[in-house]
Design a protein around this ligand. Structure first.
Ligand code: ZN
Ligand code: ZN
Length: 561
């Protein structure tokens, strides 16, 4: 992946007393958030998340931040602060712990509990962890941390204030300003104001919804919509949402109770996370409402509710399998209602619409955020960000968490409120805070690190290109046997094709031209196998592209008899 800032060189040595910010992920994309702070030779990391691959990255399970810039300095890491339990903030932690297992982890109770479930799946030993809550202050080396409650689409999210000799940094994490959230835990603007009075030297703010005017709709507004969906449904209801959206699940459970339905969770992460949330008291399960998924099927269809994963169209998820009718015990029927109570993460559009079409084809009624208010965002819109800037009055702003357009929109809001210095950076672009002024100091090389099953970082962009070709255009193998003594083709070509709509019988017309091409070279004295294979590839490649308008992967094999 080429770096977006070719003009920048390596950063100079950090001046004494300065704070360096090295974003390794999340700036320029929605996902794999990870920011490294450096002061006096010591490092503090905020978040360590994953990015989910899109359909242009076939076979990739996850994309990690590139740890390369800190790999030689793992011992200098004082702590990893996790602002909340979303995958784009905690998902890469197991991979970082594989490189150094005793990095102290700092986060709220729910965040660390969700992370621990993940670490167990990775069979990592118990980490060194520090559970914190809003109002807590704790120091790691030269970093003095204070935590502030923020409201987001997962409970127990925290912003973090970082005090060093270079000044006060406030990182919002992901947040919004729902004033009447379901759990009553609002973003603590009084703390933001107090920090503002003290003087915030650098403010890192969530850019995700900076382009959206006004205020993010309150979570509570979904309740009457869900109620109506339930009232109108006379068969089974399947609701897909994020496996960490405890409040959304709470609303669905409460609505199910009101309509005398029973609920089952489907999808491994949903079952696991909701178990954690229930055990810690973040999710209140009304008695008698939950049943095992398989028992649910024995109830009348108008008493069944399934809460499932797969709201982003993930091909292996429960919902995708239900939409294909390949789920092992949920058989979708015409007249069932499916609710996608979730956002649409950029890059997932095609996959989600494929699932919606699949469900619709079977006769399901599909309710999604495009046709009903069944989802509200977890991120602050422009109006909320303006309030924040006016309350905090920061000296310098670094927009984070978003694509370039989101970060630019966020920076423009800061400027409107009178913030003089807005610094824009993408992954790898280093920002130094020196004498109260933040500026871009240079860049460090960072790339995408692909996780493909057990392999980490072995898959390259060029290999992904091959996979895309294989997936979309198919694969053709051509075997030709040559008699090098006689100097001509003695058998074949044998042509086999896979994928696309290829059929082995389609290639009759090209067999003779391949023989002619190979014989032609042999008669000129060319007997190098590689050159003969290239000639086979060119001959069939040109023919396929002109007659079928396709560019499949072609594997020519020339063997000598
Ligand atoms: Zn989040
Ligand atoms: Zn996030």
């Amino acid at each position: 992946m080429s770096h977006p800032h070719p003009e920048l060189g390596a950063p100079p040595e950090l001046p004494t007393g300065g704070l360096r910010v090295i974003p390794l992920g999340g700036l320029g994309e929605v996902g794999r958030n990870m920011t490294v702070f450096e002061y006096d030779g010591r490092l503090l990391i905020v978040d360590c998340g994953v990015l989910f691959p899109d359909e242009h990255q076939p076979g990739v399970d996850l994309i990690l931040p590139d740890f390369a810039p800190i790999r030689g300095r793992l011992d200098a890491i004082e702590a990893l602060v996790l602002t909340h339990g979303h995958e784009d903030h905690i998902g890469a932690t197991p991979y970082l712990l594989r490189e150094r297992g005793d990095i102290p982890l700092v986060g709220s109770e729910l965040t660390l509990a969700l992370l621990n479930g993940k670490l167990r799946e990775h069979r990592l030993k118990q980490p060194v962890s520090h559970t914190v809550k809003e109002g807590d202050r704790i120091s790691f080396g030269p970093f003095d941390l204070e935590f502030i409650a923020v409201n987001h689409s997962i409970p127990d999210a925290l912003a973090v204030a970082i005090r060093t000799g270079a000044g006060l940094v406030l990182h919002t994490g992901d947040f919004k300003m729902d004033q009447l959230p379901l759990d009553g835990r609002i973003t603590d603007l009084r703390a933001f104001a107090r920090l503002g009075e003290e003087g915030v030297d650098l403010f890192l703010t969530d850019s995700t919804n900076a382009e959206v005017p006004g205020f993010t709709t309150a979570e509570r507004k979904i309740t009457p919509v869900l109620d109506q969906v339930f009232r109108e449904a006379d068969q089974r209801i399947i609701v897909a949402c994020f496996a960490s959206h405890v409040h959304r699940v709470q609303q669905i459970l409460d609505t199910a109770v009101a309509h005398d339905r029973r609920v089952a969770f489907v999808g491994r992460s949903m079952v696991r996370n909701m178990g954690v949330a229930r055990d810690l008291g973040y999710l209140t399960i009304p008695s008698g409402v939950m049943v095992e998924a398989k028992e649910l099927a024995d109830l009348p269809v108008d008493r069944q509710v399934l809460i499932s994963t797969g709201s982003q169209g993930e091909p292996m998820s429960a919902l995708a399998r239900i939409a294909n009718r390949s789920h092992h015990f949920v058989n979708l029927e015409a007249g069932d209602t499916v609710v996608l109570a979730s956002s649409l993460i950029p890059g997932n559009e095609n996959a989600v619409y494929r699932v919606i079409n699949g469900l619709s084809r079977w006769g399901a009624r599909v309710v999604h955020k495009g046709n009903a208010l069944v989802h509200v965002s977890g991120h602050a819109s422009a109006g909320e960000l303006l309030y924040c800037y006016n309350i905090v009055r920061p000296r310098n702003v670094l927009p984070v968490h978003g694509e370039v357009r989101h970060m630019l929109a966020n920076g423009a809001l800061a400027k409107q409120t009178g913030v003089e210095n807005v610094v824009y950076a993408e992954d790898g672009v280093v920002v130094d805070l020196v004498d109260g002024v933040a500026s871009v100091a240079g860049k460090v090389p960072v790339g995408y690190v692909f996780v493909d099953g057990p392999s980490i970082g072995d898959v390259t962009e060029s290999e992904l290109k091959d996979r895309r070709i294989l997936g979309e255009e198919g694969f053709i193998s051509v075997i030709v046997v040559v008699d090098s003594v006689a100097g001509k083709v003695s058998a074949g070509p044998e042509i086999h094709a896979r994928g696309h709509a290829w059929d082995d019988t389609m290639f009759e017309a090209i067999k003779q031209p391949i023989v002619d091409a190979v014989n032609g070279l042999l008669s000129e004295g060319v007997d190098d196998t590689y050159q003969l294979q290239q000639s086979v590839r060119r001959t069939i490649g040109r023919w396929v592209s002109s007659t079928h308008k396709r560019r499949p992967m072609i594997i020519p094999v020339v063997v000598e008899a």
